[in-house]
Design a protein around this ligand. Structure first.
Ligand code: ADP
Length: 258
């Protein structure tokens, strides 16, 4: 987010955003659970132009051992953006931003997992952003919590997440890239709809108290919507089991021959 840019009009006189959405409208979201055979749990997500995959391994013995907690499991998340996920090639490997995002996602997930059931273990969560268009941390967290559930890891609840912000003086839900770049506030958050618990909240820019309240209202409603999509993905995964994986089977026969 680089501040207000007067040359770019993000919202027209009818309150419609550059991608045709209303202020409180989310980009289309699709989630598919159980997309990877080798991982214990996985989920693939497309949210507007974002494409994200999450894979979960564990609980498994935590290495290095000095990181083990004798009382509970630790949740270690690695968020990574592929070099080809953004318009200019991104330098591969961790950077300040990805380390920060990995940390906040680990903390949000650690809150929902019943970590005390698995002492000395690690639950490893890998988030790969294949294509980025703003909101990848909330997309990553949304995919990762579905992947944890797909792995059968006992948890309090799923963690839907979404960003709200401000563009051209309007509070808007689920910022796209232009709104993220040229808008004046970005507020990603994650909330368990059932309990109202907030597991992630960051803020970049400025909002008045009224704008903040309106943003939270938008985010609350959206989290409920995202939560239903997450649950539906998991339901489909188990309803489909037996007959699904046609493509997978084709690939697995190649694997076996190799
Ligand atoms: P989020 O993806 O959670 O919104 P940011 O606000 O930091 O996180 O980033 C906003 C968007 O900026 C990203 O979704 C991505 O499209 C773009 N972006 C982030 N890092 C880079 C980078 N190194 N190079 C190019 N674009 C980037």
């Amino acid at each position: 987010m680089s501040g207000i840019n007067d040359d770019i009009k993000l919202i027209d006189e009818n309150g419609i955003r550059i991608d045709g959405r209303k202020a409180d409208e989310m980009r289309p979201l699709k989630i598919e659970a159980g997309v990877l055979k080798r991982a214990d749990g996985s989920a693939y997500l497309e949210w507007g132009k974002n494409k994200v995959i999450a894979a979960v391994y564990g609980p498994r013995e935590c290495h290095p051992r000095h990181m083990q907690d004798p009382a509970k499991a630790i949740v270690q998340c690695r968020y990574n953006m592929m070099s080809f996920s953004v318009s200019d090639r991104k330098r591969p490997g961790p950077d300040r931003r990805s380390i920060e995002i990995s940390k906040i996602i680990s903390e949000a997930l650690e809150y929902v997992v019943f970590t005390e059931n698995f002492p000395r273990t690690s639950i490893d969560v890998y988030i790969e952003v294949l294509q980025a268009n703003a909101g990848t941390r909330v997309a990553g967290l949304t995919a990762a919590s579905a992947a944890l559930a797909d792995a059968g890891i006992p948890m309090k609840d799923l963690v839907p997440a979404v960003a709200v912000g401000k563009a051209d003086g309007h509070v808007v839900l689920d910022l796209n890239k232009e709104e993220d770049n040229f808008g004046s506030a970005d507020l990603p958050m994650a909330m368990i709809p059932r309990t109202g618990e907030v597991l992630l909240m960051q803020m970049d820019g400025h909002l008045t108290m009224e704008e903040f309240d309106k943003g939270i209202e938008y985010a609350k409603k959206a989290c409920q919507e995202i939560y239903e999509i997450q649950k539906d993905a998991l339901r489909r995964r188990y309803a489909d089991q037996g007959g699904s994986d046609e493509t997978d089977d084709e690939f697995s026969s190649i694997d076996e021959e190799a």
